[in-house]
Design a protein around this ligand. Structure first.
Ligand code: FAQ
Length: 385
């Protein structure tokens, strides 16, 4: 508590900092200062009767928590200015979560808005490649599972948009950024899904990669993002298994089915390992992200972790990872792997992937087609207010 106090706080920055609140307090008011610490509001309200309480306040009128506090008189006003002091680097270092109303550096806020919104857009755009196969699933069981999975992705998008909105940005603004090409979404969703085996490859590899990344994000320093990740990871594990089940069945099926499974692995392997982003040495965002504990592992650490896990899974079902340089490195205790085609990665990130245009147009159309629903909801809310 004492260690995370930020002495350089600036009340001027906040709507409820004392320079804005004090003029609103009448001089005849009896004021309770909750969390007065060592400098209660006495000095700032020289004409008022002020009573300060604080469990750690050596000079408080009452040393203890508000739950223990009893007082014979009634107060006219209660002020509490303590909470805004805890959004410091020390707090992050101490692994305490930053919550929406805490003070945070502008850079931390905008970094989070960027990352969380791009993550949300990925979940939503990510519904399209799999949505493509719902009507063509090979059995009712497969159709129900795929439908549930795609629906889960919509839910993930919504948790993430909500987490992002706690940072002071609106959903409309986020959609606008996506439609104008200012916000990115994961490169992986710009590849086409050509066969049913691609549903297996996406669940196994894409959700598998997403889990590796998101498990580490469960420990991210921003509370709402971290809590969202915990729930999302539970669902992603099911997604990864449904994909691996499809791959296992196809790999053990007819010759043609095994060929389809191998072809899906061949097409999705490299884009999946690109999902983790550029090498650390070429990743401009990693420095701040690690300092602020937004990211808990770097792009290369996560990529390596994913590859090390996945190779054995491919072996188990008799499929071959399409990388001639993939080799166990005894010394590192990890797999060495071949060079990623970074030209392809940046082309896709910058809008020139096989399906970028199609994905974005589809999103815009769905958004426009849904306008009447948003209007109806607003009209109903107005009527019932
Ligand atoms: N695609 O400096 P860095 C899912 C951009 S999982 C597109 O390394 P950072 C589940 C990056 O934004 C997929 N752009 O950046 C699912 C930055 O551009 P900016 C979503 C990429 O942020 C499964 C620039 O390159 N998961 O959806 C990519 O430190 C199946 C420089 O890069 C997340 O978003 C890329 N692959 O690291 C759904 C996880 N990589 O913004 C449906 C959260 C990099 O400066 C079906 N995000 N860029 O203009 C993260 O962990 C990070 O943001 C990274 C990138 C690792 C993606």
């Amino acid at each position: 508590f004492e260690n995370s106090w930020n002495p350089n706080r600036s009340h001027e920055k906040y709507n409820y900092g004392w320079p804005f609140v004090i003029p609103k307090i009448s001089e005849s008011a009896y004021v309770l200062d909750v969390g007065c610490h060592t400098d209660s509001a006495h000095g700032r309200l020289p004409n008022n009767r002020v009573y300060g309480i604080d469990p750690a306040g050596k000079n408080a009128d009452f040393v203890g928590t508000i739950l223990e506090f009893e007082h014979p008189e009634k107060f006219d006003v209660a002020v509490s200015w303590g909470a805004i002091n805890f959004g410091s680097q020390e707090k992050i270092d101490a692994e305490k979560k930053i919550e929406p109303k805490d003070w945070m550096p502008d850079g931390y806020r905008s970094h989070l808005i960027r990352q969380i919104s791009q993550h949300a857009h990925s979940e939503i755009i990510g519904m399209q490649p799999e949505g493509n196969w719902i009507t063509r699933a090979p059995s009712l069981r497969a159709k129900m599972i795929l439908l549930a999975k795609v629906q889960d992705e919509a839910g993930h998008g919504l948790y993430l948009y909500s987490a992002c909105e706690t940072l002071g940005v609106t959903r409309d603004e986020l959609n606008k950024q996506l439609h104008e090409g200012k916000a990115k979404y994961s490169s992986i969703f710009n590849y086409p899904t050509l066969s049913w085996a691609d549903m297996g490859a996406i669940g196994w590899l894409v959700d598998g990669a997403a889990i590796v990344n998101q498990v580490s994000l469960q420990k991210t320093s921003y509370g709402p993002y971290s809590r969202g990740m915990i729930k999302i990871c539970k669902e992603e594990s099911f997604h990864q298994r449904q994909g691996y089940e499809i791959m296992t069945e196809m790999a053990n099926g007819t010759k043609e089915q095994k060929k389809m499974a191998q072809d899906a692995l061949n097409r999705f392997w490299w884009p999946s390992i690109m999902m983790f982003g550029p090498h650390d040495s070429d990743s401009p965002r990693t420095g701040n992200a690690m300092k602020w504990k937004i990211k808990r592992k770097t792009n290369d650490e996560l990529r390596q972790n994913f590859i090390d896990k996945t190779v054995a899974q491919a072996d188990l079902i008799g499929l071959k990872i399409p990388d001639p340089d993939l080799k166990w490195n005894e010394e590192r205790g990890s797999y060495d792997f071949g060079e990623i085609d970074w030209d392809e990665f940046w082309n896709v990130v910058n809008g020139d992937g096989p399906c970028n245009e199609q994905r974005l147009n589809h999103h815009k159309k769905a958004h426009d087609d849904g306008e009447w629903v948003r209007d109806a909801v607003k009209a109903y809310a107005k009527k019932s207010a």
